[in-house]
Every structure is written in C-alpha cells, then in structure tokens.
Design a protein around this ligand. Structure first.
Ligand SMILES: Nc1ncnc2c1ncn2[C@@H]1O[C@H](COP(=O)(O)OP(=O)(O)OP(=O)(O)O)[C@@H](O)[C@H]1O
Ligand SMILES: [Mg+2]
Length: 230
C-alpha cells in the first residue's frame, strides 16, 4: 500500500446564511493514497465543491479533520496553508479562470513567477509543459482566441507547472464535448504515469469517472456508494 496523501474524518460543513442553515457535508470520510485518481460524482448541490474546498484548505470544515501528507490542516496557519497549496497542490477549477489579457503561456508561467522563479526559468518550464499538453503552436495566443479544449489544456498546464503532488479538479472537462473530454483525460492519464501525481476530481461525466481508480458517489453531503474501476 502506498502512502496516504489525504485523510478526512467525519467532515461536517454547515453554511449559515441569515436564519437559514444548509448542511452541505454530513460526515464525510475519505482516504486517498499517493498516485490514486479518485472521482467524486453526485447531483448538483450534494456538496462536491464544498468538499474539495475543505480538503484543499480553501475553506474550513465546521467539524472533522483533514490530514494532508500527514499534516493536520486545522493546525496550520492561513499562511502555511497558502504556502502548502502553492507548493504541493494544483487546481483545475472553473472559477480559476485564465487571465484574458495574458497569453496562454503567460498564464501558465504565472504560478512559477509568483513563487519566485526567474523569468527565464519560468519561460523554459512553461514551454516544456505547453509541449506536453500539445499547445506549442498556440501558446502565444490569448485565451479568447483558443478553443474550449485548448483553454482547458492551458488550465491543466498551469495547474501542473509547479509539479504538484496533488491535483484537485472540479469539472475539469465541464463544458467540453465528449471527444475533447477524452483527449483531456488521455492527457491526464499520461501525466499521472509520468509524475505519479494524485488526482481528486469532481465530474458529472461517467466516461471521465471510468478513468479514475475509484468513483465515490455523493448524495446530500455524504458518500453513499463506491465503485472500483479495474
Ligand atoms: N458559500 C455558501 N454559502 C451558503 N451555502 C452554500 C455555499 N456554498 C455552497 N452552499 C450550499 O451547499 C450545498 C452544497 O453546495 P456545493 O457547491 O458543494 O454543491 P456541488 O455538489 O458542488 O454542486 P454542483 O454540482 O452544482 O457544482 C448547496 O446546497 C449549496 O447551495
Ligand atoms: Mg460544484
């Protein structure tokens, strides 16, 4: 058995807006091992994004614990969490939009520049990863001039450039047609082999779910069933 990347115990999340309480998570337990790809599926509003936000330390649970690579998130300061995210995590979220005024490659190299790499170093690594995702021809285009699949590959390149140990994906093939979604998932499969990165992804697409090692089905803030893919 390989080492544990993520361990969540009894996660509960209650949102309070005015007088209204929403129980978004009602006791979620999860273990993710290094190199695993886990897909989370379930109806809209069942708590998938809430769970990813809490597992990655973007939001706090109401109760329960999250251990990431042996570290308890609740024991880390906001700065420590931010640093851990920058160094160890990649995000492929729809709200992590590409900046429209920058070219694709400028978007991709941004995480490296932010974390202190030199411009030259960042550009070299960005070119390399743009090759990996098959975007070398269009890397100087702005996102507005790219297709949906190319934009999504740019987002993936940006998530992967800092060689994260764990990648969180929320609908990483969301707006794409089946063929493009498949191309993206082929790319993810190749990157997994090359980097042994761990993936936890939310998807509505059963074809994407099948590519994971395990599908966890969620309903009303709980996992109700799991399915192992062989
Ligand atoms: N910031 C918030 N404040 C109040 N309620 C929230 C907040 N974020 C989410 N919720 C509520 O928590 C529940 C779970 O939301 P969440 O976004 O996790 O669902 P989801 O499974 O990701 O849905 P979708 O598939 O539509 O993205 C929903 O009832 C939602 O309305
Ligand atoms: Mg969501």
């Amino acid at each position: 058995m390989s080492e544990i990347m993520v361990e969540a115990k009894d996660l509960v999340k209650t949102y309070k807006t005015g007088q209204v309480e929403v129980k978004a998570l009602r006791g979620v337990n999860l273990t993710v091992r290094k190199g695993d790809m886990i897909a989370i599926m379930g109806p809209s509003g069942c708590g998938k994004t809430t769970l990813l936000n809490i597992l990655s330390g973007l939001d706090d649970a109401t109760s329960g614990t999250v251990m990431i690579e042996g570290q308890d998130l609740s024991q880390m300061s906001d700065n420590q969490k931010t640093e851990h995210r920058a160094k160890r995590m990649g995000f492929i979220f729809q709200f992590y939009n590409l900046l429209p005024v920058l070219t694709a490659i400028e978007n991709v190299e941004m995480p490296l520049l932010v974390s202190g790499s030199s411009a030259k170093e960042a550009r070299e690594q960005a070119i390399e990863i743009m090759r990996v995702v098959g975007l070398e021809e269009v890397m100087h285009s702005k996102p507005g001039a790219l297709s949906g699949g190319e934009r999504q590959r740019t987002t993936i390149a940006r998530a992967l450039i800092s060689k994260p140990a764990i990648i969180w994906g929320d609908e990483l093939t969301g707006d794409l047609d089946d063929e493009t979604a498949n191309t993206i998932m082929d790319l993810v499969a190749r990157l997994r082999k090359e980097t042994q990165a761990t993936f936890v992804i939310v998807t509505h697409n059963p074809e994407v779910g099948k590519r994971a090692d395990k599908i966890l089905y969620m309903r009303s803030g709980q996992f109700v069933r799991e399915e192992k893919n062989v």
